[in-house]
Design a protein around this ligand. Structure first.
Ligand SMILES: C[S@@+](CC[C@H](N)C(=O)[O-])C[C@H]1O[C@@H](n2cnc3c(N)ncnc32)[C@H](O)[C@@H]1O
Length: 226
């Protein structure tokens, strides 16, 4: 099935009343979408919270635009940091034939749902990351809390071992404020590994401290100038 049929669009979900949403049998995290302004909520993440960004799936239009701006192709392997229901990974494989998509999120319910959606899209779901890069397109979803310096070490290994060429993420001030994220994104991914960084941005002040090479509606693509 085409990814656009498998995933409901964000605004369709946001417009639903909680009862209709419940009838769809989606993971409970989707109930958060009934908050119309999750990013503007006056409530900052609770003390000790590991939330890097609230759950808000990208619209299908944004995903298609982000993949296009990232200039994805069959030689690419992508990583989605905070993958939610896995829609970016699914689109990157289905529409751009990337060889590998890895989606990580700390919400187990979302990860299980992401796997089932990918299967509906006809995409192979890997039970584990293979050490030898696979020649056919596949996705791997993992439940992992990424809010710690130890998690960054895991991400660095993953980028190196699996030849990640593009990293997708929601760039929020919560992340920007953490030096280990800046180092990982800018110094490691962008400068050392030569990855593209595809940042979905809410606030124009969110940046990696360098100029994006391409921009779309709320999408900034960073790439080391060749
Ligand atoms: C704005 S949503 C983006 C979802 C998806 N990438 C998309 O564009 O549709 C942010 C995601 O980050 C996840 N997240 C937040 N904090 C996290 C953490 N500490 N570790 C892993 N995932 C996290 C949330 O569960 C949520 O699914």
């Amino acid at each position: 099935m085409d990814f656009s049929q498998v995933y409901l669009d964000t605004f369709e979900l946001e417009d639903m009343d909680p009862e209709s949403l419940a009838r769809l049998g989606l993971p409970s995290t989707f109930n958060l979408l009934t908050d119309p302004f999750p990013f503007e909520s006056s409530e900052a993440p609770a003390e000790g919270s590991h939330e890097l960004a609230p759950f808000l799936p990208s619209t299908k239009l944004t995903i298609l635009e982000a993949c296009r701006l990232a200039e994805l192709g069959p030689d690419d392997a992508i990583l989605d940091i905070g993958c939610g229901d896995g829609r970016i990974c699914a689109a990157a494989i289905q529409k751009h034939r990337v060889r590998l998509a890895v989606g990580l999120d700390y919400d187990q319910e979302l990860i299980t749902y992401a796997e089932s959606c990918a299967r509906q899209c006809g995409i192979a779901v890997l039970p584990e990351l293979e050490s030898k890069p696979s020649s056919t397109q596949a996705v791997r979803f993992e439940c992992r809390d990424l809010d710690s310096p130890a998690a960054i070490a895991y991400l660095q290994q993953l980028v190196r071992d699996h030849g990640i060429t593009a990293v997708f993420l929601f760039l929020c001030s919560e992340m920007e404020a953490k030096p280990h994220w800046r180092l990982f994104l800018r110094q490691f991914c962008l400068e050392e590994m030569g990855c593209r960084i595809v940042a979905m941005v809410i606030d124009k002040n969110d940046s990696l401290g360098t100029q994006p090479v391409r921009t779309g509606n709320g999408i900034w693509v960073y790439e080391q100038r060749r």
